[in-house]
Write a protein that binds this ligand. Structure first.
Ligand code: NAD
Length: 449
């Protein structure tokens, strides 16, 4: 079954993004039950009031353009059939084709996907990429399924989405619990459903592919690399010597582990880290590469031999220069923000801080590199991958990294300037830069008819 809703009314329903039993589910950290999309709208409204956005354009941007829900059957290894629910929310395409990742997680629902899709719209606008914003996913715990089952689920989801994705229309990419292999399955399925003569022109239907299947060099590390470029610039602006700096980290998947491995050459010390299996600390520093090997072998940071187990609250309370949340949303709240003892929160995850948490960080004068600036390296290099596929080119890693650095630091300076001009926090400033860009496009084109 496929349900496509155009410009539907966003509902405000409760969703707790923290899984029960997870390290982040301790009493001290449990977030208020707020709709994630409502959180986006509150951030958006704060910026639009300050910048004086045309209210007609505010109305358009407050709602997703299209929402697609698909229920599709998949045969399991034991012969049973399970029916899965998948989503794709296409928030806005004023600047170009819809763009955004696919997430496989039990927390995925229409509210979460709406919020993530809207953040993609702001991210592509802020970084001047000719894409709109979208996000999708399946409500699923992928650890419960075999690789063959995940392949059939991914292929059948792609088939169910049908023409709702396309290389010039809506381009998915990896997100939580999805990876280059899943992108390769999506690519292969999509190509199998279109006429043979069109197939060679459509490899850019997904980004974040394995390099030999048309992926870009540097896409795997791009989000972490972008975070590190921004931290370097922030440290330079603040006069902080990164070779003496300490940091804590939540999430050791794609984003978190790359950020850590790329901070290592600077000499910065990772002193506490948490993922869904637990948290560990070592004031002398945790070797990012050794931890990466441990996580690959054991499935999580728990049991890492060169560190001591700690709990979630201890992780948050650890005094450090920088905290990088790189896991799930709504982790920094009215309850947890007072625990942080850092100078900078570099938001690798999407939506890790809710409105109340944000207010507390500002009151406590903790700097924030806001999510849709801080983690924009991934979509910037996805854009480079898309361009390479369209032009039948392969760029070398130095070229990708140099272009990424230039583009992400341009966005950093735009946010810094807007924060000064409007005397506001960096998140609101990032919204202002992004929304102003989209507003200009709407004003130039007008509203049909
Ligand atoms: P991933 O699946 O590779 O890693 C997710 C990490 O989060 C894992 O280490 C997992 O153990 C941890 N985690 C999950 N639940 C947790 C919990 N309750 N407490 C502590 N840790 C928990 O995902 P990823 O691609 O690294 O994405 C992480 C975040 O970054 C997400 O918010 C995602 O939307 C955002 N992001 C990812 C990209 C990208 O290129 N992959 C780009 C931009 C933003």
């Amino acid at each position: 079954m496929t349900t496509v809703t155009h410009a539907s009314e966003p509902s405000v329903k409760s969703a707790s993004p923290v899984r029960s039993g997870s390290p982040a589910d301790s009493a001290a950290s449990r977030p208020q039950k707020v709709s994630l999309f409502e959180n986006v709208i509150r951030q958006f409204n704060k910026a639009t009031t300050l910048m004086g956005l045309d209210p007609n354009i505010g109305k358009i941007l407050s709602k997703p353009q299209n929402e697609i829900t698909v229920n599709f059957p998949v045969k399991m290894d034991d012969g049973r059939v399970e029916v899965f629910t998948g989503y794709r929310v296409q928030h806005n395409s004023a600047l170009g084709p819809f763009k955004g990742g696919l997430r496989y997680h039990p927390s995925v629902d229409i509210d979460e996907v709406r919020a993530l899709a809207a953040w993609m719209t702001w991210k592509t606008a802020l970084t001047h990429i000719p894409f709109g914003g979208a996000k999708g996913g399946i409500q699923i715990d992928p650890s419960r399924y075999s690789s063959d089952e995940l392949q059939r689920i991914s292929r059948r989801f792609t088939y169910a989405l049908g023409d709702n994705i396309g290389p010039e229309y809506d381009i998915p990419a990896p997100d939580v619990n999805t990876n280059p292999q899943i992108m390769a399955w999506i690519l292969d399925t999509y190509l199998s459903t279109i006429p043979p003569h069109a197939r060679q022109n459509c490899t850019h239907v997904v980004t974040g592919k394995p390099v030999v299947s048309g992926g870009s060099l540097g896409r795997d590390k791009a989000t972490g690399q972008g975070i590190v470029f921004l931290i370097e610039q922030w440290a330079e602006d603040k006069g902080l010597d990164l070779s003496n700096a300490t940091y804590t980290l939540q999430g050791y998947g794609n984003v978190g582990s790359w950020a850590a491995r790329l901070l290592k050459p600077h000499g910065s010390r990772l002193i506490a880290v948490e993922d869904h299996t637990g948290a560990v600390a070592n004031p002398a520093g945790i070797d990012a590469d050794h931890l990466y090997e441990h996580v690959r072998a054991k499935g999580g940071v728990r049991g890492y031999p060169s560190a001591t187990p700690i709990d979630h609250v201890a992780l948050l309370k650890t005094k450090a220069d920088i905290f990088i949340p790189a896991a799930m949303e709504s982790q920094i709240t009215a309850v947890t923000a007072p625990l942080l003892d850092v100078k900078l929160v570099a938001e690798g995850a999407n939506g890790p801080t809710d409105i109340e948490g944000d207010n507390l960080l500002q009151q406590r004068r903790i700097d924030v590199l806001p999510d849709f600036l801080c983690n924009s390296g991934g979509v910037i290099v996805s854009y480079f991958e898309w361009l390479q596929n369209k032009r039948s080119e392969y760029w070398d890693l130095d070229e990708v990294d140099a272009k990424l650095k230039k583009q992400i630091l341009k966005a950093y300076r735009a946010v810094r300037d807007a924060a000064g001009q409007f005397q506001t926090d960096w998140r609101t400033a990032a919204y202002i830069v992004a929304i102003r860009h989209i507003e200009t496009v709407y004003k130039e084109r007008g509203i049909f008819p």
